[in-house]
Unconditional design. Sequence first.
Length: 153
Amino acid sequence: MEKLVTTATVRTRMSRQKSRDTRVELALRKALHAKGARYRIHRKPVKGVRREADIVFGPARVAVFVDGCFWHCCPQHATWPKNNAEFWRAKIEGNRRRDMDTDARLAEAGWLAVRVWEHERPDEAAERVLEIVTSRRASAGLKTRVQGPLSNI
């Protein structure tokens, strides 16, 4: 494999990118919690599938993934780097293929993958997620307990 041409600044910035508990993820979790939702974080929804969801609503079988606009090629904000363009295109397209594969594997197991983009407002994303979770709970005949402003999802 060819050695990548990069600067020390870029190398340092990229090495500091968090993969979990990001600012966006924490804001979404805070918004969900404020609305009364209870969930698990950083779990593998399906055994045998080596993919971890950022937020998991087990009984409703909803797995939430908070995707970065750069890393997952957001339709609104995606950019293609000029330096090491071939490497980054392959990396980002590989991430997209993995995301689609994850969504398909979860669907096969009866789960729904929900994708939240980093540019979405946390309160709006939380509302969208809760609507999906509430709907799936109702269709599965699961009870909801009232706790706080919304039912305990």
